[in-house]
Design a binder for this molecule. Structure first.
Ligand SMILES: Nc1ncnc2c1ncn2[C@@H]1O[C@H](COP(=O)(O)OP(=O)(O)OP(=O)(O)O)[C@@H](O)[C@H]1O
Ligand SMILES: [Mg+2]
Length: 451
């Protein structure tokens, strides 16, 4: 006989590796308690009312602190079903939610909802239908996004539904690439700007986005001397003072535009509870149809959006990953280089659970500023080989191209933007130029084979 209430240890195990199949192994009561456990981990205080016969058929009450008061914010009904949920269940649930003025109603199932059940739910503003696949993603997002016991953060389940309502562009239309690593000073910004320069030379239209309040990318990108200076930047957008389109600036490259950063960016913090909504807003806005190269107006899209991220500023790394299709991880070969990569991998897992289809995945790690010999990452010193082995153990591939230490790149750093970033591009005689060209070619092949 299966126990009617599974012990917490079982819940912790399913929470760590959630699948619909594992949830279906629980009894109906066990599943109700598991859902209670998940909402607790999401930051709610939960009253388990299933089996308390009050005629409502509701299973859980979710509370948070609102203006200092304990407040009922949502009611939940749980359906451990293998068949899709029929409309009469939705109607009954909507009816039992009504008396709880202002509270949201979450219907959670292991299966899915019939089309006419969804149509019924759509008639009610506060009813949210969460299917098995979405509940699994919700768990994965909570696990990578909220520290257990932190009472200041609540992650609402409709975040997943909001994410699914965002029209993300396909890779075929525009490739969104986040350049990220939790470790600093390893060539993120150098990679972003050099990718843009190579793509520009191929006639590809690029939007660079600087998410780092240090503004290194902004400083290093030669900007077009506009007649009317445009003071808007990413922070202006994030503080709701302009649209994202308003912040797009022309550069001195024919095909490259920039959303710049300014030091103010560091002061903008959506707060723990605005964190998820802000990631979703940014993803929606940067995938919106208005994001086009200004000079071409509505004629065409950007081919690439390249997002440069700050070191270890979790919120803005998450903004970039929420928008990205692919993540490139510049890394150096020294010991501990892998630790930053693993932290990033955890964040990427959480964010791709949130965004679902078309969400971010790690394209690979790219060795940068390499001082040794060898022309590809499979041909490097012991340290590089050790790094490759360490990363591949966690399923992180490494690009075959590698970026050598380049005097031109080193000299260009900190100079005014008129000084090109890879020193002078001397028609293939410059190592940095050759390496970044080879990397971009590899990246294009990778992206095209993952469309
Ligand atoms: N291939 C290279 N050859 C020579 N110097 C390099 C190379 N790549 C990066 N550098 C130098 O290393 C330093 C850090 O590079 P970069 O600013 O690109 O790293 P980052 O990861 O963006 O740093 P941060 O964490 O500050 O954002 C810079 O001085 C840069 O010029
Ligand atoms: Mg940088």
């Amino acid at each position: 006989m299966a126990q009617s209430i599974a012990p917490n240890e079982t819940f912790a195990q399913i929470f760590a590796k959630p699948t619909v199949a594992a949830m279906l192994e629980l009894t109906p009561t066990g599943f109700e308690h598991f859902v209670e456990y998940v909402f607790q981990r999401a930051g709610y205080r939960v009253n388990f009312i299933a089996g308390v016969y009050d005629g409502s058929g509701l299973d859980l009450h979710l509370h948070t602190t609102f203006n200092g008061h304990d407040t009922l914010v949502a009611v939940v009904q749980v359906k451990r079903f293998t068949d899709d949920v029929a409309p009469h269940f939705v109607n009954a649930f909507a009816g039992s939610t009504l008396p709880h003025m202002g509270a949201r109603g979450y219907l959670v199932t292991t299966s899915n909802y019939k089309a006419d059940a969804r149509a019924q739910a759509a008639k009610h503003e506060n009813i949210y239908l969460i299917n098995g696949e979405q509940f699994v993603r919700y768990i994965n997002y909570i696990r990578g996004s909220r520290s257990e016991g932190d009472l200041s953060v609540v992650i609402p389940p409709e975040s997943i539904l909001v994410a699914d309502s965002i029209q993300r562009r396909s890779v075929k239309q525009t490739r969104y690439i986040a350049i990220a690593n939790n470790k600093g000073g390893i060539g993120k910004t150098t990679t972003a700007i050099n990718m843009a320069q190579v793509l520009d030379s191929l006639g590809q239209r690029v939007l660079l986005v600087d998410l780092d309040s240090q503004g290194n990318l902004t400083q290093r990108c030669p900007q077009h001397k506009q007649v009317v200076p445009n003071p808007k930047h990413l922070g202006t957008y994030l503080s709701h003072q302009c649209t994202l389109t308003d912040a797009i600036r022309q550069t001195d490259y024919a095909n490259v535009w920039l959303i710049p950063a300014a030091p103010d960016l560091r002061l903008i913090d959506p707060g723990a509870n605005g964190f998820t909504a802000s990631i979703l807003d940014f993803a929606r806005d940067i995938h919106a149809s208005e994001i086009v190269p200004p000079r071409y107006q509505t004629l065409s899209d950007f081919d690439w959006v390249i997002l440069d991220t700050p070191t270890a500023v979790e919120y803005r790394i998450r903004l970039a990953l929420g928008a990205a299709h692919f993540i490139v991880i510049p890394t150096q070969v020294e010991t501990f280089a892998a630790s930053g990569v693993f932290l990033l991998q955890e964040t990427a897992n959480a964010i791709s659970a949130l965004t679902g289809k078309n969400g971010c995945r790690i394209a690979g790690a790219l060795i940068t500023d390499y001082h040794g010999r060898g022309s590809s990452s499979s041909d490097v010193s012991d340290k590089g080989t050790a790094l490759r082995a360490g990363l591949s153990g966690s399923g992180i591939p490494m690009f075959n191209s590698l970026i050598h230490h380049d005097q031109g790149i080193e000299n260009a750093h900190g100079k005014p933007p008129s000084n090109p970033f890879v020193g002078k591009w001397i028609q293939g005689r410059n190592k940095g130029e050759r390496d970044y060209k080879a990397f971009v070619e590899e990246m294009i092949i990778y992206v095209n084979s993952n469309i």
